[in-house]
Write a protein that binds this ligand. Structure first.
Ligand code: DAH
Length: 347
């Protein structure tokens, strides 16, 4: 076999190989890689062309012709493939592949519940106000008619903050044990009429269990003007609870004691699980305790600088997690704070 024959055969084989490679290309870059490999300066055809000088005239003619045929043929196929790829850009897109899900974030269930609560008070004219989580003893207790050494302080057992108090005359710094101190802070700087709702975190050194957490959320409410009555309180809370739990929700106001209200009440709703018959959700009582409320105590008005003879108002407070647990059937408060996505993604 002569040298030029083998060069011709080799180029024929290379053309077949290049055609197979071309059929696999999906982009202009892949096409260029094939061109460089088979037609570039380091390709086999370039080598063949370089050795032409050492061949006999007959061999040279034969090998030169093969090399030119190879180049022309491959260039034509490259061009055809380029056109085909251009005409069909979607050929690279496999529409039968499963879609890629977009991970979507969502609001935490406690945030969702807080927003649902606030939204029900907005049409009644209640504006949203926030207050500090690191609070002074005076606002958390004294101004709310919770005297020092009074047993009612124990029910609001507290985390004290080690940092020095910014206002020592108003006592030590602590993590607020309820949102009620914001009532006083707002009355201090504003005149009635007032209608506010106050969402926020509160802290109590309770050991963790299915219904206790050292941090949880409350929504506080306060309405003050010159004639707000207990009837207004009942009307507002009834409308709120029916908005939250459904229009047929029955409510019950049960006498209770809070130092900052007089008279005070706890509000129950008829248990939705058993409709009042008594079940494990309501502890066989048929009723679920939802919130505390009452008419603002004269001493609280005095502490805030209001004249109790000239104003009247009501206040209320509720636990957000408790409401979220009831509306979603969650049995353990700790689930809200463990950040397990399998739980959070259900809301
Ligand atoms: N601050 C009370 C608590 O944390 C809840 C409460 C009850 C707030 C009665 C009020 C109220 O404003 O009037 O248990």
């Amino acid at each position: 076999m002569s040298a030029d024959e083998s060069a011709t055969q080799e180029l024929e084989r290379l053309l077949a190989e290049a055609e197979a490679a071309l059929a696999q290309t999906r982009s202009a870059q892949e096409l260029e890689r094939v061109r460089v490999k088979y037609l570039g300066r380091k390709s086999r055809v370039a080598e063949v062309l370089k050795t032409l000088g050492s061949l006999t005239p007959a061999e040279r003619a034969e090998a030169g012709k093969s090399a030119n045929q190879f180049k022309t043929a491959l260039e034509a196929r490259l061009e055809a493939r380029r056109k085909a790829l251009e005409a069909q850009p979607a050929a690279a897109l496999d529409v039968t592949l499963p879609g890629r899900a977009v991970v979507q974030g969502r609001l935490h269930p406690v945030t969702q519940t807080t927003e649902a609560i606030l939204a029900l008070f907005a049409p009644l004219g209640f504006e949203v106000i926030e207050g500090p989580e690191a609070e002074l003893e005076w606002y958390n207790f004294d101004a709310l008619n919770i005297p020092k050494d009074h047993p009612s302080r124990e029910s609001f057992d507290t985390f004290f903050v080690e940092a020095p108090s910014p206002q020592p005359a108003k006592g030590k710094l602590l993590l607020r044990s309820h949102t009620s101190p914001v009532q006083v802070r707002v009355m201090e700087r504003r005149r009635p009429p007032l209608r506010i709702v106050v969402p926020g975190r509160v802290y109590r050194p309770d050991p963790l269990d299915p219904s206790h957490s050292f941090m949880f959320h409350q929504v506080e409410g306060l309405m003050v003007d010159d004639r707000t009555s207990f009837a207004d309180l009942k009307g507002v809370l009834q409308q709120f609870l029916q908005g939250l739990f459904g229009p047929k929700t029955q409510t019950r106001f049960r006498p209770h004691f809070f130092p900052f209200t007089e008279p005070s009440a706890e509000v129950d709703i008829a248990c939705s699980a058993c409709e009042g018959a008594g079940c494990s959700t309501c502890g066989r009582k048929g009723w679920l305790e939802i919130m505390g409320c009452g008419m603002v105590h004269p001493n609280v008005f005095k502490a805030a600088g209001y004249d109790p003879a000239r104003v009247q108002g009501f206040a209320f407070g509720m636990g957000v997690e408790r409401i979220a647990m009831l509306t979603h059937g969650v049995a353990d408060i700790r689930l809200f704070f463990e950040n397990d996505l399998r739980f959070l993604e259900q809301f």
